[in-house]
Write a protein that binds this ligand. Sequence first.
Ligand code: FO1
Length: 317
Amino acid sequence: MAGSKKILALCGGVGGAKLALGLSHILDSDELTIVVNTGDDFDHLGLRICPDIDTVTYTLAGIVNPDTGWGRAEETGSFMASLSMLGGEDWFYLGDKDLALHVERTRRLGAGGSLSQVTTGIARALGVGPRILPMSDDPVATMVETTSGTLAFQHYFVRERCEPPVSGFYFDGIDSARAHPDLLALLADQTLDAVIICPSNPFVSIDPILSLPGVRQALSDCAAPVIAVSPIVGGKAVKGPTAKMMAELGLAPTSVEVLKRYQDIVDGFVLDQRDIDDLEQLKTMVTYVDVTDTLMLTLEHKIALARAILDFSVSCQ
Ligand code: FO1
């Protein structure tokens, strides 16, 4: 692409990280900022765990576990095996290499570092170029309302394997949390070229970011085109519980329902070619629509999708 760019991506974990990786292969490091959901973060075994930040960091560092999309490649499980033997809490898997990151982050936070400073330090140590920015330095906890009661996000997602039917979500701490000032500054920056809402779960990955005070308004006032990429492919979610959640909330698992959540803030929408039947309806909802292959099975796919979105964003001006 000619000239220097300024691109902001909003994302959650695995799906968003894949697109962020594609973008990082096209853009220079200083052209890309990735704002990451922190509603999944929690305290566990005395450690501060930030799954989505770590998924994005490991993916961009080229050391993510390719089978799960989270955690580290070539991981070992001595800590977990020993913990299980002692009768400890072993429902949330922490590999040995991954554990070192949680220990070091917890130490740095305890020494007074903000989450964004600590995240930048760890990303730099792992050789990641683009800026990975937590949505906020203040704690926000995604809570899942289910037919078996309200569950903290990781209890719902990992311990209960997303089984209890969901009826709603809320974000503990959101009203007093401040969006990271650099996120608000970027959204107000007249030289910003595009905002990309990655194909992440709209309820538990993107909504926490949009629910921070001032963010939705800043997106709707933003001079740059805001493009959302549908996480639905062929009426299903590529990974994770998005489609299951939609069904339980009484919503059809379609790109149309995804766009309804973003309609007030986006200029453009990218849907998968397998959902072409939704195209006409989508065109009545948003000014610009692009149809492409959004399945990111290989690095080449990730780069191709990133390029398609960047090209599309230019035509959304
Ligand atoms: N996901 C699981 O399904 N099971 C796990 O035991 C698990 C552990 C884990 C540890 C560190 C980490 O960074 C992520 C981990 N995840 C695990 C993934 C994580 O729960 C989800 O990917 C996100 O929170 C949803 O975006």
